[in-house]
Design a protein around this ligand. Structure first.
Ligand code: DXP
Ligand SMILES: NCC(=O)COP(=O)(O)O
Length: 252
């Protein structure tokens, strides 16, 4: 079965809109896990717009399920602009301090609205290789956020990644359109290359209750999906328990 990892970014975004601890990111994680989620994902960005370094430290000390921390490994330290909120120590320092089960490296710049592309390993492969080596020496599984480009996926294997996470934004955008099948074919081909070279396959971004079942049942051996934005919105209407069950049903 494909593991469902719930991304907590949007809960943190709501929390950060007031000087308060409500909603609690940790309590939301516990509710999702109790309802059946297999893992938790967070994406601490340097501006700490949603997930903060403090959230990562707290979750790392409490979680007894797979913890996946996503981010740009080159993201530098950044001062906090909020009282009682720790500074952002740099992405790699967060990983060194928390040692999550998995780290998903994402090529986001600090000012991006959201993640919207995978790595170009022809450009970044040489400087990623030692980072991947350090993460693996810390016992952290390494996944790279990638577009469905077979040549790039082969490079991911060459520089030591354990898995790739296919950036599914373009698939979600095409879903229900005339382009759906041709776009999905690109992801299927990419999943076949990942399997061929021995990379585990994860996927994420804009997956939802409408597009998840087809994607999961089309690509080759999908190990994990991480879902946050659509899940958070759906949970407002369905409630967390029913929402987790609905997403798990799409993964059976
Ligand atoms: C890498 C990815 O697609 C998502 O995990 C990312 O965390 C989305 O970031 P925002 O929640 O900041 O849009
Ligand atoms: N890696 C994808 C993720 O964690 C959540 O993406 P989204 O569901 O918020 O688009």
């Amino acid at each position: 079965m494909t593991a469902l990892s719930i991304n907590l970014n949007k809960i943190a975004l709501i929390r950060n809109s007031r000087d308060t601890e409500y909603p609690s990111v940790v309590l939301h994680a516990v509710r999702c896990i109790t309802a059946g989620a297999h893992g938790i994902t967070v994406h601490p960005r340097p501006d700490q717009r949603h997930i903060r370094a403090d959230d990562c430290y707290e979750l790392a000390s409490l979680l007894d399920v797979e913890f996946n921390i996503e981010g740009n490994p080159f993201a530098p330290a950044c001062k906090s602009d909020r009282r009682y909120v720790s500074d952002y120590p740099g992405f790699m320092e967060i990983i060194r301090l928390t040692r999550p089960a998995q780290c998903t490296l994402v090529p986001d710049t600090d000012s991006q609205l959201t993640s919207d592309h995978g790595f170009d390993l022809r450009k970044d492969g040489d400087r990623l290789a030692p980072i991947i080596a350090e993460l693996k020496s810390l016992g952290v599984r390494v996944s790279l956020f990638m577009d469905p480009d077979p040549a790039q996926i082969r490079l991911a294997k060459d520089i030591g990644a354990d898995r790739i996470e296919l950036y599914t934004g373009p698939y979600a955008e095409s879903f229900g359109s005339l382009h759906q099948d041709s776009v999905l074919k690109q992801f299927i081909a990419a999943s076949d290359v990942a399997a061929e070279v021995g990379l585990g396959l994860n996927a994420g971004h804009d997956l939802n209750l409408h597009n998840l079942f087809l994607f999961k049942n089309s690509v080759h051996k999908l190990l994990e999906v991480s879902i946050g934005h659509a899940f958070t919105v759906d949970a407002i209407e369905l409630g967390i328990d029913n929402c987790i069950k609905s997403y798990l049903n799409c993964l059976r």
